[in-house]
Design a protein around this ligand. Structure first.
Ligand code: ABC
Ligand code: CA
Length: 480
């Protein structure tokens, strides 16, 4: 599927090892132990109803290729980012047929499959744990880059302001170096390009989440992306919009990390800075290749402390969770967020989902289903919704922001569950029009002479407004 095909999608992010088991047992899974816990591709197939119930029509799964089997200084490769062989699958997650069945099952439901891939490095336990470089490795255990000369000369990244250092030195540390592939070598580049063509085809993949994009020179990416032939979403871990925007020129788009920083900071306390969100969004809209359209918008992922490790205030949580769904990009929700998981930094943020019982009858699950559905209804009601930039309607209440992306209006606040906030928005809806907050199904009438919509928060919760004309009559949302 192309970048265009992905624009209306909504993605559920899965760490395969931690999402679902092949049967309904529930073995222990202590995140701290960094062990494989048993999640599998079959487990994902068995829980597609759960994902679809919440309104997602795509999944992003953690890397699928064969990883190093050893116990390392940072445990086992349960997350899948420690590639050993790009031509074999990680058998911990199941068989080749299981993976193909997952793609088939998704496609039968009209859902897309996005697979995470790592191009920057391979991993092998160092032969001796020495801090003197270069360390020694059994290169012959790697496929297809199995010679020392297939890798950059060993040095650890030491200066993030020096792009050559970022690209050609190694991530990781002496306990577990991430062996940096020599992507300046043309033979290697060609090998990667032909690999990705057949990889996408073999597993019927609809899109790629590409790891560590900023650690490979920019001009590597256009040929690689065109060889892939599907949507490419790059991970560029940076809070800097200018820095990230360069990568939107070489791939379809990037994960919107630059907005994630102010988003988290705005809502993780009642004193957060709401206007920083507006500055980041506005700047990204004008510097990224396609603005924020097609970028990956998220509140959580497997690398960052979960939002609820900062605060569990339900008002704040619901506001923060709503934001990616009214963003111009593609909303991405990391597994466990809907169940209220609170794990902090890696590895604590990778809790097994089976402990939640995949409960659908939960406040946050209902909330996520509602915002996902609202976005879908908005796209159905207005053909320009997906190409209309979100804009900020200034508010006199300091703890309130209003984001308009017609026909949706998001009324957000960071006053928290014991605070009070109110919004006043003119000129977005017609005078006298009836609109509804899809989270509570409360209706409002826009003032017939001033055209102003006035609303106030209940327990610090957001209000996600749609005109009643955008609702369908099939009982999907706020109709019965
Ligand atoms: C393991 C252990 C961890 C341990 C760590 C040292 O080693 O599990 O507990 O702390 C995989 C696994 C991880 C594993 C790593 C390393 O491999 O998932 O569990 O950690 O062995 C991607 C993936 C990520 C994956 C890898 C490696 C890459 O999403 O899951 O990790 O394949 C860098 C990369 C980024 C990468 C990230 C983990 O490391 O750029 O692609 N993510 C600065 C740098 C960033 C850097 C970041 C963290 O530090 O600029 O480039 O990310 O090291 C902001 C700045 C940012 C700054 C942050 C900290 O502050 O704007 O630039 O980021 O203000
Ligand atoms: Ca590199």
């Amino acid at each position: 599927a192309s970048a265009d095909d992905w624009k209306s999608r909504s993605i559920y992010q899965i760490i395969t090892d931690r999402f679902a088991l092949s049967n309904d047992s529930s073995p222990t899974c202590n995140t701290e132990d960094r062990l494989y816990c048993g999640g599998s591709w079959v487990g994902i197939v068995d829980h597609l109803d759960y994902i679809q119930y919440m309104g997602f029509d795509a999944i992003w799964i953690s890397p699928i290729v064969k990883n190093i089997e050893a116990d390392t200084a940072y445990g086992y490769a349960y997350h899948g980012y420690w590639t050993q062989d790009i031509n074999a699958l990680n058998s911990h997650y199941g068989s080749e047929d299981d993976l193909k069945s997952l793609a088939t099952a998704l496609h039968a439901r009209g859902m897309y499959l996005m697979v995470d891939i790592v191009v920057n490095h391979f991993v092998q336990n160092p032969s001796s744990n020495s801090s003197t470089l270069p360390q020694t490795f059994d290169y012959s255990a790697l496929t297809p880059f199995s010679a020392e000369t297939d890798f950059h000369t060993q040095c650890f990244i030491s200066d993030y302001t020096n792009q050559t250092n970022v690209e050609q030195c190694w991530l990781g540390d002496s306990n577990l170096p991430l062996m940096d592939i020599d992507t300046e070598n043309n033979t290697i580049v060609e090998e990667w390009n032909s690999w990705v063509t057949s990889f996408v085809e073999t597993y019927d993949i609809d899109g790629l989440r590409i790891d560590t994009v900023k650690h490979i020179r920019k001009d590597f990416w256009p040929d690689f992306a065109s060889a892939a032939g599907v949507f490419t979403l790059g991970e560029v871990l940076s809070d800097n919009i200018t820095y990230a925007s360069d990568y939107t020129q070489v791939l379809d788009s990037v994960l919107d990390y630059p907005t994630w920083y102010p988003l988290t900071e705005a809502f993780n306390t009642t004193s957060g800075n709401l206007s920083a969100i507006e500055s980041a969004v506005t700047q990204a809209q004008s510097s990224y290749k396609n603005g924020l359209f097609g970028t990956g918008s998220f509140l959580e992922n497997h690398d960052q402390p979960r939002f609820q490790s900062h605060t569990t205030d339900t008002g704040l949580v619901k506001n923060a969770i709503s934001f990616p769904f009214i963003h111009d990009g593609i909303p991405i929700l990391y597994q466990g967020q809907e169940q209220g998981y609170t794990g902090a930094s890696d590895p604590y943020n990778r809790e097994a989902l089976w402990f939640s019982g995949y409960e659908e009858d939960k406040d946050l699950v209902t909330h996520i289903k509602a915002v996902n559905t609202a976005r879908q209804l908005a796209a159905n009601a207005s053909s320009s919704f997906l190409t209309t930039k979100m804009s900020f309607v200034s508010q006199s209440d300091e703890g309130a922001i209003a984001i308009s992306k017609p026909p949706i209006l998001a009324l957000l606040t960071n006053v928290g569950s014991s605070g009070s906030a109110s919004w006043s928005v003119s000129g977005v809806y017609d005078k006298g029009e009836t609109v509804v907050d899809v989270l509570t199904c409360k209706t409002y009438t826009v003032d017939s002479s001033s055209g102003t919509l006035s609303a106030s928060a209940e327990s610090g919760a957001p209000r996600i407004i749609l005109p009643t004309s955008a609702l369908t009559t099939d009982g999907t949302l706020c109709t019965s």
